[in-house]
Design a protein around this ligand. Structure first.
Ligand SMILES: [Fe+2]
Ligand SMILES: [Fe+2]
Length: 358
């Protein structure tokens, strides 16, 4: 079984409002992009496909789904100790990443309103959904007498700049990996209701369909831009983003193994299944996918996670910064080395078989 790190006590910004977690490479990030470039994006060759995806978003199938029914209205003080902290950590990370999506989509929708109305409309629907998701998670946190100050986060988090191409690759992948993460937890809970300690998980089935539709929109957007999939540079970028998303997922799941064990989920099996399914799904959008059946694929990913855990343990120890710095070097070198070996595993070309996998 994978080893999990101890969950630190909750830090408060003010009474009842949780201080945001320290930003690291693995915490959900806030993004900004080149809005003018998105405004000028030529989508004419793929307009019909995009229109039909936007119509699906407009239908708003989940408008009555995010309701806190009677099951939520009770005292949750019986969930305590490590279970409570691990669950709060899950809620906070999920809320932050949903809210990060909301901010980016809202800004995109606003900035391209006149120049690219179809994309603006789509981003508006995406922002609507992510605001609902973030709000629902924040209300769940409030059941545990804590919440996130989302306007504080908006003003105080660092925004990372990604060019539009990177936004399309990474958001497509994060929506699809989000779909698999939610649906696999939902299916597990359905089969093992004794682990359903809080009603949030019951909401995941329809919720993940939102993420699926968001991913389908980004797939259509990606396919509308041939330079994002029809040349050797695009294949190298796709390989890079698949790998970084899968490595980040593995490190995060291993770091929070105890949370998955609380849910009765085997962290390693869950991680592998999420990655395998997301990789297969990505064949519908990308020209290549990774070879997850390679004998070293998951082993190398786990080596990255193990070295990452050692880095976190080192960061949590007391001591001189200089000594810590020199101790970190071999761990960082190991992560880079395993990532490089993963990158060099021959990918699977799927462009030629696209018709059969779509
Ligand atoms: Fe979402
Ligand atoms: Fe989403």
């Amino acid at each position: 079984m994978v080893k999990s790190l101890e969950t630190p006590p909750v830090e408060l910004l003010k009474p009842g409002v949780k201080a945001p977690v320290q930003e690291t490479l693995l915490t959900p990030r806030f993004y900004t992009t080149d809005f003018d470039a998105v405004a000028k994006m030529d989508i004419s060759a793929y307009e019909n496909e995009l229109r039909s995806v936007v119509d699906e978003l407009k239908a708003d199938y989940n408008r009555h789904h995010f309701v806190r029914d009677d099951e939520f209205k009770q005292c949750w003080d019986h969930i305590e100790g490590e279970k409570r902290l691990a669950f709060l950590d899950f809620l906070e990370r999920s809320c932050t990443s949903e809210f990060s999506g909301f901010l980016l989509f809202k800004e995109l929708s606003r900035r391209i309103k006149d120049s690219n109305p179809l994309l603006s409309e789509a981003f508006g629907y995406l922002a609507r959904d992510e605001a609902r998701h973030a709000g629902f998670l924040n209300k769940s946190m409030a059941d545990f007498n804590l919440s996130l100050d989302l306007s504080y986060l908006t003003k105080n988090r660092t925004y990372t700049f990604f060019p539009p191409e990177w936004v399309i690759y990474t958001v497509y992948l994060s929506e699809k990996i989000g779909y698999w993460r939610y649906i696999l937890v939902y299916r597990h809970m359905e089969k093992n209701p004794e682990f359903q300690f809080y009603p949030l998980f019951r909401k995941f089935e329809s919720w993940c369909q939102d993420e699926n539709r968001h991913g389908d929109f980004f797939k259509a957007l990606l396919r509308s831009q041939p330079q994002l999939w029809n040349n050797w540079k695009a294949r190298l970028w796709v390989r890079f983003f698949l790998l970084t998303v899968f490595a980040t997922h593995t490190m995060t799941v291993f770091e929070r193994a105890s949370f998955y064990e609380i849910l009765g989920i085997h962290p390693r099996k869950y991680n592998n299944q999420v990655i395998e399914e997301t990789n297969k799904t990505a064949a519908r959008a990308f020209p290549i996918i990774l070879n997850t059946n390679h004998p070293y694929f998951f082993w190398f990913l786990e080596q990255c996670a193990i070295n990452n855990q050692k880095l976190i343990e080192l960061n949590n120890t007391k001591g001189w910064g200089v000594i810590k710095f020199f101790k970190k070097i071999p761990l960082l070198r190991n992560i880079v080395w395993y990532m490089l070996r993963l990158y060099l595993i021959k990918p699977i070309k799927v462009e030629a078989i696209r018709e059969t996998v779509c």
